[in-house]
Design a binder for this molecule. Structure first.
Ligand code: C5P
Length: 229
């Protein structure tokens, strides 16, 4: 099925009825929904299945950010395989073998490598003994994950153009940390508009509160979708 827009809607709540209501109200504009730890740890696979049963035409982005030894990640990936998420996140910093362990268990899922968390600034990267330049670090993490079989990566919109140049056209680039013009930044610091992120080379924008907390989520989703056409 063709995507209705390049928006992935972040459903950051453990509340099942809110999740169902927000999907229902945004279906005209969005076809990929991101389920993260907040929901998954509360409701597990049955919770995800209840969403899939009710909305047969949506795709699930399962944002579990797996990070462990390869054997454990293989087992965790096998445990969620029956959900057939379109995307599953793993931390690229878990290394080549770990990423490959997920890829081997999930042939029909795009194993999506999280590069550098946007919550880590240069100073914190330095304290952790990592390269201070997030773009430099994101390139090496992204390259390695792709070699291991990842087909998508998550990065800041500020690094999207650099990563697109470094990693080529075939990788799917997904950027959170976007905010429509005139909307509250909340805890996101370094933001771009959804349109700017796509112009920088991203394929998808992950957007949460600007839609889920809007007075009229249906309208908010439609407005952002139209800004991306
Ligand atoms: O509400 P908001 O639009 O800020 O939601 C953004 C989503 O993207 C959240 O689910 C958040 O966990 C996720 N995310 C992020 N920054 C990252 C990685 C993921 O904001 N670096």
């Amino acid at each position: 099925m063709k995507d209705k827009s390049p928006i992935i809607l972040a459903l950051d709540t453990p509340d099942v009825s809110s999740v169902m209501a927000i999907i229902e109200s945004t279906l005209d504009s969005i076809s990929i929904y991101k389920i993260g730890l907040e929901f998954f740890l509360a409701h597990g696979k049955p919770g995800v299945k209840s969403i899939q049963d009710r909305f047969a035409d949506i795709d699930i982005f399962l944002d579990l950010k797996l990070h462990d030894i390869p054997n454990t990640v293989a087992g965790a990936s096998a445990s969620i395989a029956e959900l057939q998420p379109r995307f599953l996140t793993v931390h690229a910093s878990g290394g080549n073998e770990m990423v490959r362990a997920a890829v081997l268990q999930l042939p029909s899922t795009s194993v999506t490598a999280v590069t550098v968390l946007t919550s880590l600034n240069e100073q914190e990267l330095g304290h952790l003994g990592l390269p201070r330049d997030p773009a430099e670090l994101a390139i090496s993490l992204g390259r390695r994950a792709i070699e291991a079989g990842s087909t998508s990566i998550v990065c800041s919109p500020l690094e999207a153009a650099t990563l697109r140049r470094a990693l080529g056209e075939s990788v799917t680039i997904i950027t959170p940390g976007v905010r429509p013009e005139n909307s509250a930044k909340e805890d996101q610091n370094r933001v771009m508009t959804p349109h700017e992120a796509i112009a920088q080379g991203a394929n998808y924008d992950v957007i949460g509160r600007p839609i889920t907390h809007a007075p009229d989520p249906k309208e908010a989703a439609k407005k952002i979708r139209n800004s991306l056409l």
